[in-house]
Design a protein around this ligand. Structure first.
Ligand code: SAM
Length: 457
């Protein structure tokens, strides 16, 4: 593998005796990982039917290594959001954020959603998760992944950190800044990261990271936890960013976190003015663990006063407008998702409790999308299907993972069905994968056109 020469020289100077082991790791193949989504079912349930050879990743509750020749991204389980494919080291970050159900959590640089979906798993559908991404096309992918994983309590925005900081001062219990970086830790995985790398870009990245971190810090409530992570090795983007930030913000401390076997610590000697406890931050090296390079710092804001005035989101008060929705729920569901409701055009959402007003912000998903108010009827959304369990619906059709029908459904074909008319939750091995609408023995396919397996087996 061809690595930039300046990068090699720099790493040799930094790592000295360790350099040889480090550079040798580039000859080994990268490790692949998937994280089971507990919002869909337990790890044990999945292991009983998993067609993949899995090996536990020690540092994450639901994480597994899988073999290179396996293709979990092309299995119907992927469409059902049963797992998220994620680089194993990256899974350590969500574990360090460690959000709890009911909290207010911000993922500031969130696309494509690896860490957001991990945070959502820990929050167990309770609380408010704001997932933000600055690039519009990446924000759309983030939003799709949130839908696929069946997450009910997330809002997706496409904003700059600055504009969010103005709206959410001292608000969140936990914030993740998974910062845009020079990507040195992904060289083994991503040829583009190798091609784009330069010493100058490392410096530019560090300047941007400081700005993002400052904005994030202002959105954290007193006593809250802020996690900063990168997938790069350069001290300028890691120990240096954290030292500069802590030295200028004495109301923040670096927290001690558990280091799993093979995890290393931030290097005091790599910066001029190291912050206190900088050696409590974590470094993950590809020659010490089965994963790519990462850096993680966990910070805590000291206790202090919180702002008293907040402008909360305006939600729907006149539920008469929702007659068709309630009728749909009565006919097809055993539950009736309750508000706070929000109508965004014709689209009906349930917004997370305690959500502030999003007026004038670019919002892709203001909450749990239930469906669309059509003329005299309600049409349930794909997001609703993917977030439902069998016991929550009146009708379902369960397909086998190897069946011809499941592939036909994913291609957008109609299926045969028998039973009362109505909306059927289509499942693969008990995991919801989309809607079908039954009439006269035919289940009309409602798997979204943009997601269909056209041209695929
Ligand atoms: C390391 S990636 C995030 C990966 C993501 N957290 C995950 O686990 O899937 C960093 C993200 O920051 C975004 N970004 C780029 N410039 C930014 C800026 N100035 N402010 C905030 N985010 C930015 C990038 O578009 C990118 O999606």
């Amino acid at each position: 593998m061809e690595l930039p020469i300046d990068f090699q020289v720099k790493m040799q100077e930094l790592l000295k005796d360790e350099y040889e082991a480090f550079i040798k790791s580039y000859e080994e193949s990268k490790k692949q990982g998937l994280r089971v989504n507990p919002l869909k079912g337990s790890v044990d349930e999945f292991l009983e039917i998993s067609p993949f050879q899995l090996e536990k990743i020690p540092w994450v509750q639901e994480g597994f290594f899988y073999n290179e020749e396996e293709r979990p991204g092309k299995h119907p389980f992927h469409e059902a959001g049963v797992y998220y494919i994620q680089e194993p080291s990256a899974m350590a970050v969500g574990e360090m954020v460690d959000p709890k159900p009911g909290e207010k959590v911000l993922d500031l640089c969130a696309a494509p959603g690896g860490k957001t979906t991990h945070l959502a798993a820990r929050m167990a559908q309770q609380g408010f998760l704001l997932a933000n991404e600055i690039h519009p096309s990446r924000a759309r992918i983030l939003s799709q992944n949130i839908e696929r994983l069946g997450i009910r309590n997330a809002v997706v925005t496409n904003e700059t950190p600055k504009r969010l900081a103005n709206r959410f001062p001292s608000f969140f219990d936990r914030i993740l800044v998974d910062a845009p970086c020079s990507g040195e830790g992904m060289f083994r995985k991503d040829p583009e990261a190798r091609a784009e790398w330069s010493l100058e870009n490392v410096v530019n990245c560090s300047l941007r990271q400081i700005d993002i971190l400052n904005d994030a810090a202002s959105m954290l409530r007193p006593g809250g936890r802020l996690v900063y992570s990168t997938c790069t090795f350069s001290p300028e983007e890691n120990e240096e960013v954290i030292s500069q930030f802590i030295n200028k913000n004495p109301h923040f401390d670096i927290e001690h976190v558990h280091a799993y076997e093979g995890f290393d610590h931030g290097r005091m000697a790599w910066v001029n003015e190291p912050a206190k406890h900088l050696d409590e931050t974590l470094r993950l090296w590809p020659h010490h663990i089965q994963g790519e390079g990462h850096y993680i710092a966990v910070l805590r804001k000291k206790e202090g006063a919180e702002p008293s005035k907040r402008q909360y989101a305006e939600t729907l008060t006149d539920q008469k407008k929702l007659k068709d929705y309630f009728q749909f729920a009565q006919e097809n569901l055993h539950i009736t998702p309750q508000g706070p409701f929000l109508l965004f055009g014709d689209h009906l959402y349930v917004v997370p409790e305690e959500m502030l007003s999003l007026k004038n912000l670019k919002v892709l998903r203001p909450g749990w999308h239930l469906g669309t108010m059509k003329k005299n009827r309600f049409e349930p959304s794909h997001a609703l299907a993917l977030s439902l369990k069998r016991e929550e619906v009146k009708h379902y059709l369960s397909l086998n993972q190897d069946s011809r029908e499941v592939r036909a459904y994913l291609r957008g074909e109609a299926l045969q069905g028998a039973g009362p008319k109505g909306w059927y939750l289509i499942e693969v091995e008990g995991y919801a994968i989309g809607w079908g609408k039954l009439a006269d023995g035919t289940l009309k396919n409602h798997f979204p056109k943009g997601l269909r397996w056209t041209g695929r087996e």
